[in-house]
Design a protein. Structure first.
Length: 389
């Protein structure tokens, strides 16, 4: 059975039109992180029209509680979709192109939100044994939405599983990536402040130039990977992204130089070791202060859910494909990975003859059919989990 025939079997023509209209409406009126007010209302209206009334607002996010038919079944199963857009001017030329200047869905979150609405339709037609919680999450792009939802106290302390996914134009519609282990990296930032004493550039002996110290710090940062073996080097990226002084003129030696950058890690252990090495560098200089900020944890798929691959392929008509390489970008779904057994998919989002377009580009878009493929996969996962747990 192909995914096209599976979709036709699962969704009526009218439902497919409704989902397409929803996706295009969300795409046409994108909203930035923590400002998803209209998007939130569109989702609530759609969900209630499907027939689900247990809807809770969390800031600009939405939780939809779907009861299970078996009171003794473990649960819930959480399915998450994000909904915020990016501050990018759209250049897709789509008939439903963004009407908001400098704001567009350049990462496919319009499709992610639509996928959960499609799943709501399936769960209405085929009630689950386990309770299901649909989590429409705001502010993924700022890596603050998942933590906001968790800190709200509205999420359960435990769950049978938490499912999520992301569109990916490296793969065609109907391809689904299943990968056991890390699928995207944690995200941390660092800032080295190198202190000196300002003075006239013509009389450097009257001050203390912090730039040579900063240069040495930067040099040591670039050799951190030498302290790890070859396999460990593949599990993290350390990048210097900014180097600035507070000098007010070309003939003024600054009083400080700041070096900033990011660390991406696929392993919690590697993450800690890299941060430890940054502290070693900072402590080697009396005039250097280091600040590190931990952001999204790595997204690590739970081994307990790995057996789903063969069943998904045979039951949903999708093609299971291997991950070409872990994503060193971050995804705040990692906060759920720290809390629940999680499984995060990548969903093919382009037609066969179309070209790859990276996310966060003005020309990026995902095919609408990706939403119903994702919904079908999530639904099959729920069925599989009901049988196995």
């Amino acid at each position: 059975m192909t995914f096209e025939s599976q979709i036709s079997k699962s969704f009526s023509i009218e439902e497919q039109i409704q989902l397409t209209n929803l996706r295009e409406s969300i795409h046409r009126e994108p909203e930035l992180s923590h400002k998803e007010f209209k998007t939130k209302q569109k989702i609530i209206d759609f969900i209630k029209a499907v027939g689900w009334d247990d809807v809770t607002s969390v800031d600009t996010g939405v939780l939809v509680s779907i009861p299970g038919s078996n009171p003794s079944a473990k649960g819930p199963i959480i399915v998450r979709g994000d909904m915020d857009a990016l501050p990018i001017q759209e250049a897709t030329g789509l008939p439903y192109e963004s009407i908001h200047k400098g704001c567009m869905h350049a990462c496919g979150h319009d499709v992610h939100a639509t996928a959960l609405c499609a799943l709501a339709i399936l769960l209405k037609k085929y009630p689950p044994q386990h309770s299901v919680l649909l989590l429409f999450q705001p502010a993924e792009e700022t890596a603050t939405g998942a933590k906001l939802m968790i800190d709200s106290g509205k999420l359960p302390p435990t769950a049978l599983a938490c499912l999520g996914g992301h569109v990916d134009r490296r793969y065609v519609v109907g391809d689904v990536v299943l990968h056991d282990g890390a699928i995207s990296a944690s995200s941390d930032t660092f800032s080295f402040v190198c202190h000196g004493q300002s003075c006239h550039a013509a009389r450097p002996n009257e001050g203390n130039n912090p730039i040579p110290i900063a240069t040495e710090v930067a040099s040591r940062l670039l050799t951190v990977s030498d302290l790890f073996d070859d396999s460990e080097k593949q599990a993290f990226v350390l990048s210097i992204t900014q180097m600035n002084t507070n000098s007010t003129a070309i003939n003024v030696i600054p009083s400080q130089t700041v070096i900033e950058g990011t660390i991406r890690s696929l392993s919690p252990e590697i993450r800690e070791r890299v941060i430890q090495q940054l502290n070693v560098i900072a402590h080697a200089f009396d005039s250097v202060e280091l600040t590190t900020v931990k952001r999204s944890p790595a997204v690590i798929n739970h081994a307990l859910l790995a057996s789903m691959a063969n069943q998904l392929s045979s039951q949903s008509g999708v093609t299971i494909v291997p991950l070409s390489s872990p994503n060193m970008a971050s995804e705040d779904f990692g906060y759920y990975s720290e809390r629940y057994p999680t499984w995060f998919f990548r969903f093919g989002a382009r037609k066969v003859m179309d070209v790859f377009i990276p996310a966060h580009q003005p020309t990026f878009f995902a095919e609408t059919e990706t939403a119903v493929v994702a919904a079908q996969v999530f639904f099959k996962c729920i069925e599989i989990l009901e049988k196995e747990v």
